[in-house]
Every structure is written in structure tokens, then in C-alpha cells.
Ligand binder design. Structure first.
Ligand code: GLU
Length: 415
């Protein structure tokens, strides 16, 4: 099977959208590379008294529209190129939803499943000690990503404030609510994705109350399972998988019960009434909506031909490879691309920054309503680009995002 370098994919996406936008050579070259890259080695004291050295990154892709913004993930497979790609996608993502932020991503190469809470806290704090001078509410604002969460942000914010000796809640987002977090952040990524599905159903004339399946059952997958039925006022969840395997029930799985089961047992397997199926077959079922909510490159040329969903909503970052994109498009499957489908998280992160800087906190209904407006407006901009330029949805979203970033670079006189 072909393997993909995510950053080469991200660079190709820039080139393809730049061609459609007739961007000049210098702008294209500029947008194909991160503006700043940082690599740290961080020494961490482990529970058994050893010191272990971890490799860590922060890549600030683009600042033209505002401070860099994006998550920090703890994952054993991270490389400089995966982080570069994810930082590029954050740049287009913040531009597609039109919030005044740039794009960034960070990572620590580690396996959180083998680490204690104490060791995770030591890693989080060591990361901030290494990176403090490049972070800030007006420089670069991290958030959680794969295997990091609000508790990670709480440790990081505390370490940062200890270093700068100032109250600085707006330097990290998706914090716990009692220390400057916002209402509505926990389910924001999934809520944004489901709102985009609602809009897609409206524009494409698809009945929103059909079947759906979810690949990956972490935070985003679980919330999507619940929110799909709430926001679309119906729908039947028929299959789900996590890293241990898949489950299927054509008469429907109860999302609430399933989330409880997953939290209790650590897996979706052995859920009462469901049949066990191979993990990857969840992607290939006959459903109206499919949510890939795990890692990169899950849908490739290898399985794209077998996919039967009508709409794919990419809650994960980069789940579809470029050749798979073309196959899906030829088969009439509408892909809501990650930079739109998963933009709800960073949108509410931006709302959190606004609340932290103003010291005035909004209720949940206000956050939901503002998020709905941002995602629906972004969906329309992307849909218009798809229709006007007769291009596939990912290219439509890229064209919208890249055009906005290129315009900001030009106005600043950079290119
Ligand atoms: N990690 C999330 C993403 O990939 C959120 C980023 C943020 O809130 O800054 O979109």
C-alpha cells in the first residue's frame, strides 16, 4: 500500500488551489512552507527516577491573519512533517471560518498510553518551559489535540503563568471552565461537523434523518454520535469502531448507552445487541453519513472504491488521501473536508480567547448560536466555490482559505 507524507499532501493542496486562484510564484512558495519551526528536546523526570529525553515541536505556519493557533498532540508517530502538515491545515481552517488567527501545531513524540498522570504533567510543563518565549495570546495560542485534553492545558497555562508572572488565561484554549475555559468547547469540533452535515443535506437535498456510522470513538466521535440526532432531529447510528474493533446493529445503536459503555469498559466492543465486525469495515457500510474521527489517511485508494456513504464529514484531520478524494468525487460522494468539518473546535477556541481577554463569559446557548453562524457561513462560502469553479469540496475549501491568507500576505507587503 502506498504511504503518504502528510506534508507533501499539504503542499500539493496549496499548489492546486493556488493554480485555480492564479497566485504568483512567490506567494505559492511562501504558502507552501511554515514561517517558523521550533524543535525542542525536553528532559522529563519519570516516576522511577530516570530522566527521559522527549522530542517536541511547535510549528507556526502562518501569521498573516493573526496569532498562530493550533493544538499540541502527544503521539508516538509524530514527525516534523506530520506537524508541518497539521499546522498548514490549521492555517486554512482558521481562514475558512474567517477568524483572525493564523495556524500552528505542536507535538511531543511519546506514547501517553504508557505514561502516568504525573509523567504527563511533567511532559506538559517541560514543553512550556522550552516553548514559553514563542507562545502568548498575541503570538501563538495552543489547544489540545490527539491524547491531550483540558487538564493538559491547565498544567501548561499554570507553568506559563509561573514563568511570565502574569495572569494569562488567553494563551491556551480548551481549558477547564473554572480557570478561564468557555462553555461549549468540549463538543465544539463535533457540533461544527454536524452543523456542516445539516447544511450539506440542505444544499444537496438529502434527507437528514437517515443512517450514520462513526470511525473512531474518542471525544470527537462520541460527541458526534450524540449531537447528530440532536441537531438533525433524527438519524440512526448503525456502526462504530475504535482501535480495538467495530460494532454494527442495523436497527440502531443508542448513542448515549454506547458512550457510557465506552467510558466504563474502554472500548465499544461487547455492546449489548451489536454484532462485532472488523474495524475498517465501518468505513465501507451503506450509510447516509460517515464520520471519520480517528487519525490521518484512513480513507485511501485502497478502500475508497468500497465507500458507499453519501456524505463524509471529516472530524479527523487529514483522514482522506488525495487519490481517494478523486475517487470519492467521481462516485458522487460529498466530502465535507476537515478544514471545514472540524473547524468548530478552533472557532470556539477563538471565542474562548475573546472571553478571556474581555473577562466577560458567555452562556452555552450564545456559544452554540455564534458557532452555528460561523459554520453555516463558511459552508456557504465553500459551497459557492465548489459550484462556481466546478471543483471537489476539499479544493473548494482550500480555495476559500488560501485566497484569504494570500490576500493578507499581500496586504502586509510580504509577497
Ligand atoms: N486541535 C484542534 C484542531 O485541530 C483545535 C485547535 C484549536 O482549538 O486551536 O482543530
Amino acid at each position: 500500500m502506498k504511504s503518504y507524507n502528510s506534508f507533501s499532501v499539504a503542499q500539493q493542496q496549496v499548489e492546486e488551489s493556488a493554480r485555480l486562484l492564479n497566485l504568483d510564484k512567490a506567494t505559492i512558495e511562501f504558502l507552501k512552507w511554515p514561517q517558523r519551526e521550533f524543535k525542542f528536546t525536553i528532559p522529563v523526570r519519570m516516576d522511577d527516577g530516570r530522566t527521559e529525553i522527549f522530542h517536541a515541536y511547535r510549528i507556526q505556519y502562518n501569521f498573516a491573519r493573526g496569532p498562530a493557533k493550533g493544538g499540541i498532540r502527544f503521539h508516538p508517530d509524530e514527525t516534523v512533517d506530520t506537524i508541518r502538515a497539521l499546522a498548514a491545515w490549521m492555517t486554512w481552517k482558521t481562514a475558512v471560518v474567517d477568524i483572525p488567527l493564523g495556524g500552528a501545531k505542536g507535538g511531543v513524540v511519546c506514547d501517553p498510553r504508557t505514561l502516568s498522570q504525573n509523567e504527563l504533567e511533567n511532559i506538559a510543563r517541560a514543553y512550556v518551559r522550552a516553548a514559553a518565549d514563542i507562545l502568548g495570546a498575541d503570538r501563538d495560542v495552543p489547544a489540545p489535540d490527539v491524547y491531550t485534553n483540558p487538564q493538559t492545558m491547565a498544567w501548561m497555562m499554570d507553568e506559563y503563568e509561573t514563568i511570565v508572572r502574569r495572569h494569562q488565561p488567553g494563551v491556551f484554549t480548551d481549558k477547564p471552565i473554572p480557570i478561564g475555559g468557555t462553555e461549549g468547547r468540549r463538543d465544539a469540533t463535533s457540533r461544527g461537523g454536524v452543523i456542516a452535515v445539516r447544511e450539506a443535506c440542505k444544499y444537496l437535498g438529502i434527507d437528514p434523518t437517515g443512517t450514520y456510522a462513526i470511525q473512531g470513538f474518542g471525544n470527537a466521535g462520541q460527541r458526534a454520535a450524540l449531537l447528530h440526532q440532536e441537531i438533525l432531529e433524527g438519524g440512526k447510528l448503525i456502526a462504530v469502531c475504535d482501535s480495538r474493533g467495530g460494532i454494527y446493529n442495523p436497527s440502531g445503536l443508542d448513542p448515549e448507552e454506547l458512550v457510557i459503555h465506552k467510558l466504563k469498559t474502554g472500548t465499544v466492543l461487547n455492546f449489548p445487541g451489536a454484532k462485532q465486525i472488523p474495524r475498517d469495515s465501518v468505513l465501507e457500510l451503506n450509510v447516509d453519513v460517515l464520520y471519520p474521527a480517528a487519525l490521518e489517511n484512513a480513507i485511501s485508494a485502497h478502500n475508497a472504491l468500497n465507500i458507499k456513504a453519501r456524505i463524509i464529514c471529516e472530524l479527523a484531520n487529514g483522514p482522506t488521501t488525495p487519490d481517494a478524494d478523486l475517487i470519492l468525487h467521481e462516485n458522487g460522494i460529498f466530502v465535507i473536508p476537515d478544514i471545514l468539518a472540524s473547524a468548530g473546535g478552533v472557532t470556539v477556541s477563538y471565542f474562548e480567547m475573546l472571553q478571556d481577554s474581555g473577562g466577560d463569559f458567555w452562556d452555552e446557548a450564545t456559544v452554540h448560536q455564534k458557532l452555528d453562524k460561523k459554520i453555516s457561513t463558511a459552508f456557504k462560502a465553500v459551497y459557492d466555490a465548489i459550484r462556481d469553479k466546478k471543483i471537489h469540496p476539499r479544493l473548494g475549501a482550500m480555495v476559500v482559505g488560501v485566497a484569504r491568507v494570500a490576500e493578507a500576505c499581500k496586504l502586509r507587503g510580504w509577497v
